[in-house]
Design a protein around this ligand. Structure first.
Ligand code: PLP
Length: 416
Protein backbone atom coordinates (compact mmCIF):
# COMPACT_ATOMS: atom_id res chain seq x y z
CA UNK A 1 0.00 0.00 0.00
CA UNK A 2 1.51 3.26 -1.11
CA UNK A 3 0.45 6.53 0.53
CA UNK A 4 3.59 8.41 -0.51
CA UNK A 5 4.47 8.63 -4.20
CA UNK A 6 7.46 10.96 -4.13
CA UNK A 7 9.89 12.29 -1.57
CA UNK A 8 11.37 15.79 -1.36
CA UNK A 9 14.95 14.51 -1.64
CA UNK A 10 16.65 12.44 -4.32
CA UNK A 11 17.99 9.88 -1.86
CA UNK A 12 19.37 7.63 -4.63
CA UNK A 13 21.77 10.38 -5.69
CA UNK A 14 22.68 11.36 -2.12
CA UNK A 15 23.47 7.72 -1.32
CA UNK A 16 26.32 7.82 -3.82
CA UNK A 17 28.17 9.98 -1.27
CA UNK A 18 27.91 7.21 1.35
CA UNK A 19 30.25 4.31 0.48
CA UNK A 20 28.89 2.08 3.25
CA UNK A 21 25.34 2.25 1.91
CA UNK A 22 26.28 0.19 -1.15
CA UNK A 23 27.36 -2.73 1.06
CA UNK A 24 25.87 -6.12 0.19
CA UNK A 25 25.58 -8.57 3.09
CA UNK A 26 24.77 -12.27 3.48
CA UNK A 27 25.81 -12.88 -0.13
CA UNK A 28 23.14 -10.96 -2.05
CA UNK A 29 21.28 -8.63 0.30
CA UNK A 30 21.78 -4.89 -0.13
CA UNK A 31 22.25 -3.32 3.28
CA UNK A 32 19.10 -1.46 4.37
CA UNK A 33 20.37 0.72 7.19
CA UNK A 34 17.48 1.74 9.47
CA UNK A 35 19.38 2.22 12.73
CA UNK A 36 19.99 5.92 12.32
CA UNK A 37 18.75 6.88 15.78
CA UNK A 38 21.67 4.85 17.16
CA UNK A 39 24.21 6.40 14.80
CA UNK A 40 24.19 7.66 11.23
CA UNK A 41 26.61 6.89 8.42
CA UNK A 42 29.19 9.32 7.03
CA UNK A 43 29.42 10.78 3.53
CA UNK A 44 32.69 10.78 1.59
CA UNK A 45 32.94 14.56 2.20
CA UNK A 46 33.29 13.97 5.97
CA UNK A 47 35.63 10.97 5.60
CA UNK A 48 37.83 12.89 3.16
CA UNK A 49 37.98 15.87 5.52
CA UNK A 50 39.21 13.61 8.33
CA UNK A 51 41.90 12.15 6.10
CA UNK A 52 42.94 15.60 4.83
CA UNK A 53 43.35 16.91 8.38
CA UNK A 54 45.40 13.92 9.51
CA UNK A 55 47.53 14.02 6.35
CA UNK A 56 48.21 17.75 6.18
CA UNK A 57 46.65 19.89 8.89
CA UNK A 58 46.94 18.17 12.27
CA UNK A 59 48.61 19.45 15.45
CA UNK A 60 47.38 20.13 18.97
CA UNK A 61 45.22 23.22 19.33
CA UNK A 62 45.61 26.38 21.41
CA UNK A 63 49.14 25.40 22.43
CA UNK A 64 51.96 25.56 19.94
CA UNK A 65 53.35 28.80 18.64
CA UNK A 66 53.93 27.25 15.27
CA UNK A 67 52.21 27.32 11.91
CA UNK A 68 50.66 23.86 12.07
CA UNK A 69 49.14 24.40 15.50
CA UNK A 70 47.74 27.76 14.42
CA UNK A 71 46.24 26.13 11.33
CA UNK A 72 44.72 23.27 13.32
CA UNK A 73 43.36 25.74 15.88
CA UNK A 74 41.72 27.78 13.10
CA UNK A 75 40.00 24.66 11.74
CA UNK A 76 38.83 23.64 15.22
CA UNK A 77 37.43 27.11 15.93
CA UNK A 78 35.81 27.25 12.47
CA UNK A 79 34.01 24.03 13.43
CA UNK A 80 32.79 25.70 16.62
CA UNK A 81 31.45 28.59 14.55
CA UNK A 82 29.67 26.15 12.21
CA UNK A 83 27.96 24.54 15.20
CA UNK A 84 27.06 27.95 16.61
CA UNK A 85 25.41 29.03 13.40
CA UNK A 86 23.73 25.63 12.89
CA UNK A 87 21.87 25.85 16.19
CA UNK A 88 21.70 29.66 16.23
CA UNK A 89 23.58 30.11 19.50
CA UNK A 90 24.27 33.76 20.36
CA UNK A 91 28.06 33.43 20.57
CA UNK A 92 30.86 30.91 19.99
CA UNK A 93 31.88 30.57 23.69
CA UNK A 94 28.40 29.15 24.31
CA UNK A 95 29.39 26.09 22.27
CA UNK A 96 31.41 23.57 24.31
CA UNK A 97 32.89 20.53 22.59
CA UNK A 98 32.42 17.39 24.66
CA UNK A 99 32.87 13.72 23.83
CA UNK A 100 29.14 13.31 23.19
CA UNK A 101 25.63 14.09 24.33
CA UNK A 102 26.04 11.92 27.43
CA UNK A 103 29.15 13.83 28.50
CA UNK A 104 27.40 17.15 27.86
CA UNK A 105 24.48 16.26 30.15
CA UNK A 106 26.84 14.91 32.83
CA UNK A 107 28.81 18.16 32.62
CA UNK A 108 25.71 20.17 33.51
CA UNK A 109 24.56 17.75 36.22
CA UNK A 110 28.02 17.84 37.82
CA UNK A 111 29.02 21.44 37.36
CA UNK A 112 25.77 23.41 37.50
CA UNK A 113 24.01 20.72 39.55
CA UNK A 114 26.53 20.37 42.38
CA UNK A 115 26.78 24.15 42.69
CA UNK A 116 23.05 24.88 42.65
CA UNK A 117 20.99 21.89 43.79
CA UNK A 118 20.38 21.22 47.48
CA UNK A 119 18.52 18.66 49.60
CA UNK A 120 14.78 18.94 49.03
CA UNK A 121 15.14 20.61 45.62
CA UNK A 122 13.36 19.01 42.69
CA UNK A 123 14.57 17.97 39.26
CA UNK A 124 11.92 17.23 36.62
CA UNK A 125 12.59 14.79 33.82
CA UNK A 126 10.09 12.78 31.76
CA UNK A 127 9.01 9.16 31.50
CA UNK A 128 10.36 9.02 27.96
CA UNK A 129 13.99 10.01 28.62
CA UNK A 130 17.03 8.16 27.33
CA UNK A 131 19.16 6.90 30.24
CA UNK A 132 21.68 9.64 29.35
CA UNK A 133 19.12 12.18 30.46
CA UNK A 134 17.92 10.36 33.54
CA UNK A 135 20.88 8.64 35.24
CA UNK A 136 23.00 11.83 35.64
CA UNK A 137 20.01 13.47 37.39
CA UNK A 138 19.50 10.46 39.67
CA UNK A 139 23.21 10.64 40.49
CA UNK A 140 22.85 14.36 41.26
CA UNK A 141 19.87 13.58 43.49
CA UNK A 142 21.91 10.91 45.30
CA UNK A 143 24.75 13.36 45.90
CA UNK A 144 22.57 16.23 47.06
CA UNK A 145 19.37 14.79 48.54
CA UNK A 146 17.28 16.35 45.77
CA UNK A 147 14.25 14.53 44.33
CA UNK A 148 13.73 13.47 40.69
CA UNK A 149 10.14 13.77 39.44
CA UNK A 150 8.71 12.67 36.11
CA UNK A 151 6.35 14.22 33.58
CA UNK A 152 4.09 11.27 32.65
CA UNK A 153 3.16 10.37 29.10
CA UNK A 154 -0.37 10.08 27.80
CA UNK A 155 -1.75 6.88 26.26
CA UNK A 156 -0.95 8.45 22.87
CA UNK A 157 2.73 8.81 23.78
CA UNK A 158 2.78 12.59 24.26
CA UNK A 159 3.96 14.49 27.34
CA UNK A 160 1.13 15.30 29.74
CA UNK A 161 1.59 19.05 30.05
CA UNK A 162 -1.19 19.43 32.63
CA UNK A 163 0.68 17.03 34.87
CA UNK A 164 3.85 19.05 34.17
CA UNK A 165 2.12 22.19 35.48
CA UNK A 166 1.24 20.31 38.66
CA UNK A 167 4.83 19.15 39.13
CA UNK A 168 6.35 22.61 38.74
CA UNK A 169 6.80 24.50 42.02
CA UNK A 170 9.26 26.79 43.80
CA UNK A 171 11.52 23.84 44.61
CA UNK A 172 11.97 22.91 40.93
CA UNK A 173 15.55 23.79 39.92
CA UNK A 174 15.83 22.25 36.48
CA UNK A 175 13.68 20.51 33.86
CA UNK A 176 15.61 18.07 31.65
CA UNK A 177 13.67 16.92 28.60
CA UNK A 178 14.33 15.31 25.24
CA UNK A 179 13.30 17.30 22.16
CA UNK A 180 12.47 14.06 20.33
CA UNK A 181 12.04 10.67 22.03
CA UNK A 182 14.52 8.11 20.74
CA UNK A 183 11.83 5.42 21.18
CA UNK A 184 8.43 7.00 20.57
CA UNK A 185 9.68 9.55 18.06
CA UNK A 186 7.43 12.10 19.81
CA UNK A 187 8.33 15.70 19.01
CA UNK A 188 8.02 17.53 22.32
CA UNK A 189 6.87 21.17 22.51
CA UNK A 190 10.18 22.53 23.81
CA UNK A 191 9.34 26.25 23.51
CA UNK A 192 6.21 25.73 25.60
CA UNK A 193 8.03 23.60 28.19
CA UNK A 194 10.77 26.24 28.52
CA UNK A 195 8.18 29.00 28.96
CA UNK A 196 6.36 27.15 31.74
CA UNK A 197 9.62 26.11 33.48
CA UNK A 198 11.01 29.65 33.36
CA UNK A 199 7.75 31.04 34.75
CA UNK A 200 8.29 28.71 37.70
CA UNK A 201 11.90 29.88 38.09
CA UNK A 202 13.50 26.65 36.81
CA UNK A 203 16.18 26.17 34.15
CA UNK A 204 15.76 23.82 31.18
CA UNK A 205 18.21 21.36 29.64
CA UNK A 206 17.17 19.96 26.26
CA UNK A 207 18.51 16.59 25.16
CA UNK A 208 18.54 17.30 21.45
CA UNK A 209 20.37 14.12 20.36
CA UNK A 210 17.41 13.09 18.17
CA UNK A 211 16.34 16.52 16.94
CA UNK A 212 19.40 18.58 15.95
CA UNK A 213 20.45 16.04 13.25
CA UNK A 214 16.98 15.95 11.68
CA UNK A 215 15.32 19.36 11.84
CA UNK A 216 16.12 23.05 11.97
CA UNK A 217 17.22 24.05 15.48
CA UNK A 218 17.21 27.45 17.10
CA UNK A 219 18.34 27.34 20.71
CA UNK A 220 17.49 31.02 21.17
CA UNK A 221 13.95 30.57 19.86
CA UNK A 222 13.56 27.62 22.25
CA UNK A 223 14.88 29.86 25.04
CA UNK A 224 16.68 26.81 26.47
CA UNK A 225 19.42 27.20 29.05
CA UNK A 226 21.38 24.11 28.01
CA UNK A 227 21.17 21.94 24.89
CA UNK A 228 23.12 18.70 24.36
CA UNK A 229 23.69 16.54 21.27
CA UNK A 230 26.14 14.13 19.63
CA UNK A 231 28.17 14.41 16.41
CA UNK A 232 27.93 10.76 15.41
CA UNK A 233 24.15 10.99 14.99
CA UNK A 234 24.56 13.74 12.37
CA UNK A 235 27.21 12.48 9.93
CA UNK A 236 30.15 13.35 12.18
CA UNK A 237 32.67 11.00 13.76
CA UNK A 238 32.06 9.44 17.16
CA UNK A 239 33.91 11.04 20.06
CA UNK A 240 32.52 14.55 19.69
CA UNK A 241 29.38 16.14 21.04
CA UNK A 242 28.17 19.57 21.96
CA UNK A 243 26.91 21.35 25.00
CA UNK A 244 25.27 24.68 24.30
CA UNK A 245 24.94 26.77 27.46
CA UNK A 246 23.75 30.33 28.05
CA UNK A 247 26.90 32.41 28.52
CA UNK A 248 25.92 33.92 31.88
CA UNK A 249 25.30 30.41 33.24
CA UNK A 250 28.57 29.02 31.87
CA UNK A 251 30.47 31.95 33.33
CA UNK A 252 29.01 31.34 36.78
CA UNK A 253 29.49 27.54 36.74
CA UNK A 254 32.61 25.90 38.18
CA UNK A 255 34.67 23.80 35.78
CA UNK A 256 33.76 20.12 35.63
CA UNK A 257 37.07 18.47 34.68
CA UNK A 258 40.47 19.90 35.60
CA UNK A 259 43.64 19.83 33.54
CA UNK A 260 45.41 21.63 30.74
CA UNK A 261 43.64 24.30 28.64
CA UNK A 262 40.87 25.02 31.17
CA UNK A 263 42.96 27.39 33.31
CA UNK A 264 44.02 31.01 33.19
CA UNK A 265 46.73 30.51 35.83
CA UNK A 266 48.00 27.71 38.08
CA UNK A 267 50.03 28.24 41.25
CA UNK A 268 51.27 25.90 43.95
CA UNK A 269 48.20 26.87 45.92
CA UNK A 270 45.57 26.36 43.28
CA UNK A 271 44.23 27.58 39.95
CA UNK A 272 42.09 30.19 38.29
CA UNK A 273 39.80 28.86 35.54
CA UNK A 274 39.74 30.19 31.98
CA UNK A 275 36.61 31.71 30.42
CA UNK A 276 34.14 29.52 28.50
CA UNK A 277 34.46 27.58 26.30
CA UNK A 278 38.04 26.66 27.40
CA UNK A 279 36.89 26.39 31.03
CA UNK A 280 34.91 23.27 30.11
CA UNK A 281 37.35 21.74 27.61
CA UNK A 282 40.06 20.34 29.88
CA UNK A 283 42.87 18.46 28.16
CA UNK A 284 43.25 17.88 24.44
CA UNK A 285 39.76 18.23 22.93
CA UNK A 286 38.32 16.01 20.17
CA UNK A 287 40.12 18.06 17.51
CA UNK A 288 39.59 16.03 14.35
CA UNK A 289 36.13 14.74 15.30
CA UNK A 290 35.00 18.36 15.82
CA UNK A 291 36.37 19.37 12.41
CA UNK A 292 34.62 16.32 10.92
CA UNK A 293 31.39 17.39 12.59
CA UNK A 294 31.82 20.78 10.91
CA UNK A 295 32.06 19.00 7.54
CA UNK A 296 28.91 17.05 8.41
CA UNK A 297 27.10 20.29 9.16
CA UNK A 298 28.18 21.72 5.78
CA UNK A 299 26.68 18.63 4.14
CA UNK A 300 23.38 18.87 6.06
CA UNK A 301 23.03 22.57 5.34
CA UNK A 302 23.60 22.04 1.63
CA UNK A 303 20.62 19.64 1.59
CA UNK A 304 18.44 21.77 3.90
CA UNK A 305 17.06 20.71 7.26
CA UNK A 306 13.42 21.36 6.37
CA UNK A 307 13.65 18.94 3.46
CA UNK A 308 15.44 16.38 5.62
CA UNK A 309 12.68 16.54 8.22
CA UNK A 310 9.94 16.26 5.60
CA UNK A 311 11.67 13.35 3.83
CA UNK A 312 12.00 11.36 7.04
CA UNK A 313 8.43 12.03 8.15
CA UNK A 314 7.10 10.81 4.81
CA UNK A 315 9.23 7.66 4.98
CA UNK A 316 7.92 7.00 8.48
CA UNK A 317 4.32 7.61 7.36
CA UNK A 318 4.78 5.14 4.48
CA UNK A 319 6.38 2.58 6.80
CA UNK A 320 3.52 3.02 9.26
CA UNK A 321 0.92 2.42 6.54
CA UNK A 322 2.76 -0.63 5.17
CA UNK A 323 3.26 -2.14 8.61
CA UNK A 324 -0.40 -1.65 9.52
CA UNK A 325 -1.27 -4.07 6.72
CA UNK A 326 0.81 -6.84 8.28
CA UNK A 327 -1.39 -7.33 11.35
CA UNK A 328 -0.14 -7.89 14.88
CA UNK A 329 2.06 -4.80 14.83
CA UNK A 330 1.75 -2.58 17.91
CA UNK A 331 3.18 0.88 17.34
CA UNK A 332 4.75 2.61 20.32
CA UNK A 333 4.23 6.36 20.18
CA UNK A 334 1.92 8.79 18.45
CA UNK A 335 0.67 8.94 14.86
CA UNK A 336 3.27 9.75 12.19
CA UNK A 337 2.27 13.42 11.91
CA UNK A 338 3.23 13.99 15.56
CA UNK A 339 6.59 12.33 15.42
CA UNK A 340 9.98 12.26 13.78
CA UNK A 341 11.30 9.50 11.52
CA UNK A 342 11.41 6.88 14.26
CA UNK A 343 9.06 3.90 14.43
CA UNK A 344 9.20 1.62 17.45
CA UNK A 345 6.94 -1.40 17.48
CA UNK A 346 6.37 -4.92 18.68
CA UNK A 347 5.25 -7.84 16.53
CA UNK A 348 2.70 -9.96 18.36
CA UNK A 349 4.07 -13.23 19.71
CA UNK A 350 7.64 -12.67 18.47
CA UNK A 351 10.46 -11.43 20.66
CA UNK A 352 12.10 -8.22 19.47
CA UNK A 353 15.49 -9.92 19.13
CA UNK A 354 14.02 -12.63 16.89
CA UNK A 355 12.37 -9.98 14.71
CA UNK A 356 15.68 -8.11 14.37
CA UNK A 357 17.50 -11.34 13.53
CA UNK A 358 15.06 -12.28 10.76
CA UNK A 359 15.21 -8.74 9.37
CA UNK A 360 18.99 -8.95 9.39
CA UNK A 361 18.76 -11.98 7.07
CA UNK A 362 16.96 -9.66 4.65
CA UNK A 363 19.77 -7.13 4.99
CA UNK A 364 17.69 -4.82 7.18
CA UNK A 365 19.46 -3.27 10.18
CA UNK A 366 17.10 -2.19 12.96
CA UNK A 367 17.48 -1.94 16.72
CA UNK A 368 16.01 -4.38 19.25
CA UNK A 369 15.87 -4.04 23.02
CA UNK A 370 15.01 -1.23 25.40
CA UNK A 371 16.92 1.46 23.46
CA UNK A 372 18.38 2.87 26.71
CA UNK A 373 14.87 3.71 27.90
CA UNK A 374 13.96 1.03 30.45
CA UNK A 375 11.50 3.15 32.48
CA UNK A 376 9.61 3.99 29.29
CA UNK A 377 9.37 0.33 28.28
CA UNK A 378 8.10 -0.52 31.76
CA UNK A 379 5.48 2.23 31.43
CA UNK A 380 4.42 0.80 28.05
CA UNK A 381 4.29 -2.72 29.47
CA UNK A 382 6.82 -4.20 27.04
CA UNK A 383 10.17 -5.77 27.86
CA UNK A 384 11.72 -4.98 24.51
CA UNK A 385 10.75 -3.41 21.22
CA UNK A 386 12.05 -2.97 17.70
CA UNK A 387 12.96 0.37 16.24
CA UNK A 388 13.34 1.44 12.62
CA UNK A 389 14.80 4.93 12.31
CA UNK A 390 15.24 6.86 9.10
CA UNK A 391 17.63 9.44 7.68
CA UNK A 392 17.57 11.50 4.50
CA UNK A 393 19.40 8.78 2.54
CA UNK A 394 16.68 6.16 3.07
CA UNK A 395 14.28 5.37 0.24
CA UNK A 396 10.71 4.14 -0.32
CA UNK A 397 12.19 0.91 -1.74
CA UNK A 398 13.88 0.32 1.59
CA UNK A 399 10.57 0.83 3.39
CA UNK A 400 9.11 -1.87 1.14
CA UNK A 401 11.95 -4.25 1.99
CA UNK A 402 11.34 -3.57 5.70
CA UNK A 403 7.65 -4.43 5.34
CA UNK A 404 8.40 -7.61 3.34
CA UNK A 405 10.94 -8.73 5.93
CA UNK A 406 8.37 -8.22 8.71
CA UNK A 407 5.86 -10.30 6.74
CA UNK A 408 8.50 -13.01 6.53
CA UNK A 409 9.08 -12.87 10.31
CA UNK A 410 5.36 -13.38 10.81
CA UNK A 411 5.26 -16.28 8.35
CA UNK A 412 8.21 -18.02 10.02
CA UNK A 413 6.71 -17.73 13.48
CA UNK A 414 3.25 -18.83 12.32
CA UNK A 415 4.81 -22.10 11.10
CA UNK A 416 6.40 -22.82 14.51
N1 PLP B 1 19.85 11.13 24.26
C1 PLP B 1 19.14 10.52 23.30
C2 PLP B 1 17.71 10.92 23.08
C3 PLP B 1 19.73 9.54 22.52
O1 PLP B 1 19.02 8.93 21.57
C4 PLP B 1 21.07 9.20 22.76
C5 PLP B 1 21.73 8.12 21.98
O2 PLP B 1 21.11 7.19 21.54
C6 PLP B 1 21.77 9.87 23.76
C7 PLP B 1 21.13 10.84 24.49
C8 PLP B 1 23.19 9.56 24.08
O3 PLP B 1 24.05 9.89 23.05
P1 PLP B 1 25.58 9.46 23.12
O4 PLP B 1 25.59 7.99 23.40
O5 PLP B 1 26.11 9.80 21.77
O6 PLP B 1 26.22 10.25 24.21
Amino acid sequence: MSIVETLPLDAETLREDFPILSTVIHGDRPLVYLDNAATTQRPRQVIEKLVEVYERQYANVHRGIHWLSDHSTDLFEEAREKVRSFINAGSAPEVIFTTGCTMAINLVARSWGDANVRAGDEIIITEMEHHSNSVPWHQLAERTGAVVRHIPITEEGLLDLDAFDELLNERTRIVAVGAVSNVLGTINPIGEIVRRAHDAGALVLVDAAQSVPHDKSDVQAWGADFVAFSGHKMLGPSGVGVLYGRLDLLEAMPPFLGGGSMIRRVTLEGFEPADPPAKFEAGTPPIVPAIGLGAGIDYLEAIGLEKIHQHEQLLAAQAHAAMEQIGGVRFLGPAPDKKAGIISFTLEGIHAHDVAQILDRHGVAIRAGHHCAMPLHKRLGVVASNRASFYFYNTLDEVEILAEALQDAKRIFRRR
